[in-house]
Write a protein that binds this ligand. Structure first.
Ligand SMILES: [Zn+2]
Length: 299
């Protein structure tokens, strides 16, 4: 198999278990027994599991350490192309710039860094992330992550200016869309947020015209089958639509989402997806090739 590619791996969900215990003990915190995801738990419950890991990562030193360890772990498993993402505004031990710099120090040019805005946040946060990305070449993209909460004051429409500015600055754009929500969200990300990649995108095939636009524009879907199974979006990994996407010619790659919380590494995720979705070695090569082409880079 050629070099592995993971474009969707969250820093705050991909700590080493030993590091979790070490930092928790330094901070006098006890590690919850239900630290990791379990199948069918639901997205909101899954998102709540980040509270603990985030509590360990408030300061720049912990962020740099975990970013470094993620790069080491990726290399050890054979993942040569890696993009790490996180929401620096959730790490309150320093300002956004200092936290982003800490992640970049930890990465030391071994991975791209994506900054995540979160559904429901004021658009000024997304603007600040684009500001932060503008002069840091190691930041390769921005993202919209989490999930829309009912009655939230801000929604996707409010983030258009930030994504538009990212595009004009040559910063990559990816959006968590269709993660247990209707296809409209994917359509909005593609048509209005200039998304080059979509995280999850599970209901894509519900909109035929959109499938055609996605193929035409070479938009890549970052598939995370184990994560989707755990959050209850699909009942089993075998229900993931990746095989149909490949058959249609959609650009798609396979990603871990969270190595700790989902208890996967990339070789395991690829093997599970191949076995359960019936993907041939050639189809796996196709996904790796899609991933390599879709990796963000800055001029
Ligand atoms: Zn994600």
């Amino acid at each position: 198999m050629s070099a592995l590619v993971d474009l969707h791996r969250h820093l705050d969900g991909s700590l080493r278990l030993a590091t979790v215990h070490e930092i928790a003990s330094d901070l006098g915190l006890s590690v919850p027994e239900d630290l990791c995801f379990t199948p069918g738990m639901g997205l909101m419950e899954a998102l709540s599991r980040f509270e603990f890991t985030l509590s360990l990562l408030q300061g720049p030193a912990a962020v740099a350490r975990v970013a470094d360890e993620m790069c080491q772990d990726a290399m050890a498993e054979g993942t040569q192309v890696l993009e790490i993402r996180f929401a620096p505004q959730l790490h309150r031990g320093a300002n956004i710039s200092r936290i982003v710099d800490a992640a970049l120090e930890g990465i030391a040019d071994r991975a791209g860094l994506i900054l995540c805005g979160l559904y429901g946040e004021p658009p000024s946060v997304l603007d600040a992330l684009v500001d932060s990305a503008e002069h840091r070449r190691g930041v390769v993209g921005i993202d919209l992550a989490g999930g829309p909460a009912p009655g939230a004051e801000y929604g996707m429409v409010d983030y258009i200016p930030a994504f538009k500015r990212a595009r004009s600055l040559g910063i990559g754009r990816t959006v968590h869309a269709g993660e247990g929500r209707p296809v409209d969200e994917i359509r909005f990300a593609v048509d209005h947020l200039y998304a080059q990649r979509i995280g999850h995108g599970v209901p894509l095939l519900d909109d035929e015209a959109l499938v055609e636009r996605v193929i035409e524009r070479g938009i890549t879907i970052e598939a995370c089958p184990t994560s989707n199974w755990q959050t209850g979006i699909i009942e089993t990994v075998a229900d993931h639509p990746i095989r149909s996407w490949i058959a249609r010619g959609v650009s798609v790659n396979i990603n871990t989402d969270n190595t700790l919380l989902s208890q996967v590494d990339l070789p395991a995720e690829i093997a599970r997806t191949a076995a359960q979705c019936g993907l041939s070695p050639l189809e796996i090569e196709y996904t790796l090739d899609c991933g390599r082409r879709a990796a963000f880079g800055r001029e």
